[in-house]
Design a binder for this molecule. Structure first.
Ligand SMILES: [Zn+2]
Length: 323
């Protein structure tokens, strides 16, 4: 109930009841309500700047968790880079070096992406920088892996070529010569068995009984198997590619024909004494770019270092060749 208020009237020297109009009371009430609700809103607004709602707290937690995850992800990218770097290091200093390919420079391995800004869609957020940097590093990593992968593809091709090359060039003795007793004469100046004049002997002679098997010394194609060359008698020529050719002379019999493909170690014929020959033996020559070279350097395929030294010593004796 509203309090009854009095007013002292000095003229009548008495208290008189204060009468209030009903409309005014309603207006005051309304103003009071408006003011208090305004104040309420203001209070809530200010308070909200300092006090978080449960939803805001949850979002904030999620955000900091995401930042943490990004940092962990960046650590893992670091680890991946470190692992890749050791592969790249080996690639440049071992594989590419071995196969005589130029090393790939670091600038090329770590090249970013030029031109358009690929990261525009990540711009304009509080954590844009974190997201853009992480994406940039992942892109760099991906690109570096692609560069490395291409390098290995290149190495694989080179290795295949090298393998082909290694199996092609002459690398074994053309006759079985386990105890190295079959060496009669090496490459260099020797006495001619017929004229007894000192002249250059362009091959190596392996003394062997007639019918001893003769083997291809490297992979290749038989380009000749005939007796149409002066002095050589029945002879075989094998083209090994890469500028190499081997020649087997004074044969008794052929086991291959012209244009036939052969592998190292294949039986191609038998020792004889056809052509300009003093006794049954195999005369063996190697050509590089159509020049005859010393076959002694082409037996590493089936000789130990010690055997090679013995063979070298025997081959360098200046004796009479069998031609
Ligand atoms: Zn000879």
């Amino acid at each position: 109930m509203a309090k009854v208020k009095y007013h002292y009237d000095p003229e009548t020297l008495s208290y008189r009841k204060i009468e209030r109009k009903k409309g005014k009371t309603v207006t005051y009430g309304f103003i009071f309500l408006l003011a208090s609700s305004l104040f309420g809103f203001l209070f809530v607004f200010i308070a909200s700047q300092y006090i978080q709602s449960p939803r805001e707290r949850a979002l904030k937690r999620e955000l900091s968790n995401m930042e943490l995850q990004y940092q962990l992800l960046n650590k893992r990218v670091d680890n991946a880079f470190a692992a890749l770097e050791s592969v790249e290091e080996r690639d440049n200093s071992i594989y590419r070096l071995y196969f005589e390919a130029n090393p790939i420079p670091q600038e090329q391995r770590r090249a970013g992406f030029g031109g358009v800004n690929r990261y525009k869609k990540y711009e304009g957020y509080d954590n844009s920088e974190l997201i853009i940097e992480s994406n940039k590093r992942l892109d760099k990593l991906q690109k570096a892996v692609v560069v490395q992968s291409r390098s290995l593809d290149e190495i694989a091709v080179l290795a295949e070529d090298k393998e082909k090359f290694l199996s092609s060039i002459p690398a074994i003795q053309p006759v079985r010569n386990k105890d190295l007793k079959r060496m009669a004469s090496g490459y260099g100046y020797r006495t001619d068995p017929f004229t007894k004049v000192r002249k250059f002997h362009f091959g190596m002679d392996f003394t062997s009984p007639r019918g001893t098997p003769v083997y291809a010394t490297g992979d290749g194609v038989v380009i000749r198997a005939d007796n149409n060359a002066t002095g050589y008698g029945n002879h075989i020529r094998i083209d090994h590619g890469y500028g190499y050719m081997s020649l087997y002379a004074h044969l008794y019999k052929y086991e291959v024909r012209s244009n036939q493909k052969v592998k190292r170690g294949d039986l191609i014929g038998y020792v004889g004494s056809t052509g300009r020959s003093e006794a049954p033996h195999l005369h063996y020559e190697i050509f590089k770019d159509e020049e005859r070279i010393n076959p002694i350097n082409f037996y590493y395929g089936n000789l130990t270092a010690e055997e090679y030294a013995r063979l070298l010593q025997k081959a360098s004796l200046e004796n009479q060749s069998l031609d």
